[in-house]
Design a protein around this ligand. Structure first.
Ligand SMILES: NC(=O)C1=CN([C@@H]2O[C@H](COP(=O)(O)OP(=O)(O)OC[C@H]3O[C@@H](n4cnc5c(N)ncnc54)[C@H](OP(=O)(O)O)[C@@H]3O)[C@@H](O)[C@H]2O)C=CC1
Ligand SMILES: O=C([O-])CC(=O)C(=O)O
Length: 440
């Protein structure tokens, strides 16, 4: 039986700024890690038998000596140990490993999301994963803390954890890129300033994805302003399909379903066909014309049009801000849940007749929405990671007027970031009331 190669397979040489290099004793700050799994009780032998990679046969190895440990300090703690995969019956049915990159990995949303990903709740109980976590100089120690918590969670499906600060390293071969990291808007900061600062992050990350990610990588942009960040990202990744870029509006969909359920006095699983149109901002349009409760059009169940047009709509648009007032910080747990929902909607077939919302590239859309922006629209998937836009939706004057308003806002945001999308000089004429859901 072949012995495991316990040295790191590819030590990632990464040039760190001198202040960081001296800050961290470890010379390499990009870890190629290996994940352990504890054998099922019946097959357990003394000690822990684990694996290094799918389909690689490993023998149990002796515990590391201090000298070995010194040599292998590129690995992160327990991930340095190798294990016997063959002895673990349950891994025989596993699919091949997928690479998932997450930016802003030391932030609040990621702190919920990473553990959901590692548990198997997102990609399934037979899907081993590698997590590639992108942080920054600011967050590097926190990122090490995140990796330690992942270690201590003993997730069998988590086979690798890498942490790094260079997107060209971290996004290597990524099949999913969950782009969460972004600077929050601070007091006195103009929206145009936020668009510029965050836009630069997403321009760089788009370039990195273009250079090193899987050619079919699915990109989910969460960091705000997420629609325009997604547009910047896809424009900087011309070799990747624009269709694969999403801006997260699933949280808005979930919020809208919850409010309709509350009003109708039903549980929220009875609400379907909920579209959020447009921008993840306070101009977003929660579509009560096409949504259904128990399969019946919402307007037949909730006949109070004034409530639907005014209260419901504003409640969904501003839900993030109300939550910040209560919590003192923006939605993190429910955002992580909605990222899970958004991914699962792409990898499982959409229930017949239903759809889900995602901010996607508008080119070729059947509704007459302006081309070349990222706009939340109704989507359906066969469960293969791809999606189609839903054609069976209707519009009335109210809905269309609102859609035009959120479209105008996105077109203005686009003009504001022209320098980042390769479309010339930026000209910022944003509407006065352009606000994120979390702003009040
Ligand atoms: N689309 C949606 O539905 C929602 C989107 N959001 C957005 O998601 C993003 C992340 O939220 P959350 O996890 O709560 O935020 P946190 O502040 O907890 O984490 C954000 C991470 O962004 C990174 N970051 C990148 N650039 C900067 C910068 N210039 N200044 C400061 N931090 C930076 C930081 O990590 P590092 O230092 O490692 O880069 C930080 O850890 C925000 O943009 C938020 O507005 C939030 C809720 C819903
Ligand atoms: O505005 C924010 O940062 C939070 C946000 O997007 C939301 O709660 O929908």
């Amino acid at each position: 039986m072949a012995l495991a190669d316990i040295s790191p397979s590819h030590p990632r040489t990464q040039t760190l700024p001198s202040n960081l290099a001296s800050k961290f004793a470890t010379p390499l700050h990009f870890y190629k890690n290996r994940r352990c799994s504890v054998l099922p009780p019946l097959r357990r032998t003394p000690g822990i038998l684990c694996s290094i990679a799918p389909n690689q046969v490993q023998a149990p190895i002796a515990p590391a000596t201090p000298a070995d440990a010194e040599k292998r300090r590129e690995c992160f703690g327990v991930f340095c140990t190798t294990y016997d995969l063959k002895a673990d019956e349950k891994t025989k049915s596993w699919k091949s490993l997928i690479n998932i990159a997450v930016s802003g990995a030391a932030g609040m949303i990621s702190n919920h999301l990473l553990f959901k990903l590692a548990s198997g709740e997102v990609f399934g109980s037979e899907q081993p994963i590698a997590l590639k976590l992108l942080g920054s100089e600011r967050s590097f120690q926190a990122l090490e803390g995140v990796a330690m918590e992942l270690e201590d969670s003993l997730y069998p499906l988590l086979r690798e954890v890498n942490i790094g600060i260079d997107p060209y390293e971290v996004f290597q071969d990524a099949e999913w890129a969950l782009l969460i990291g972004a600077k929050p808007r601070g007091p006195g900061m103009e929206r145009a300033g936020l668009l510029d600062i965050n836009g630069q992050i997403f321009a760089e990350q788009g370039k990195a994805l273009n250079a090193v990610a899987s050619r079919n990588v699915k990109v989910m942009v969460v960091g705000n302003p997420c629609n325009t960040n997604a547009l910047i990202c896809l424009k900087n990744a011309p070799d990747l399909p624009a269709k694969n870029f999403h801006a997260l509006t699933r949280l808005d969909e979930n919020r809208a379903k919850c409010q309709l359920a509350l009003k109708a006095g039903v549980f929220y699983d009875k609400v379907s066909n909920m579209t959020i149109w447009g921008n993840h901002s306070t101009t977003q349009v929660p579509d009560f014309l096409n949504a259904k409760i128990n399969g019946i059009p919402v307007k037949e169940v909730i006949t109070d049009s004034k409530w639907l047009e005014e209260e419901f709509t504003e409640r969904v648009q501003k839900r993030g801000g109300v939550l910040i007032q209560k919590w003192g910080r923006s939605s993190a747990a429910s955002t992580a849940v909605s990222i899970v929902d958004a991914i699962r909607s792409l990898i499982t077939p959409t229930p017949p007749g239903d759809w889900f919302s995602s901010g996607v590239y508008t080119n070729g859309n059947p509704y007459g929405i302006a081309e070349d922006i990222v706009f939340s629209m109704p989507c359906r998937s066969e469960g293969n990671g791809d999606y189609e836009l839903v054609k069976e939706v209707t519009f009335d004057d109210y809905l269309w007027k609102r859609i035009k308003k959120t479209e105008a806002e996105l077109l203005a945001e686009k003009r504001c970031v022209a320098h980042l999308t390769g479309e010339g000089n930026a000209f910022c004429d944003l509407p006065e009331d352009t606000m994120l859901p979390g702003e009040q």
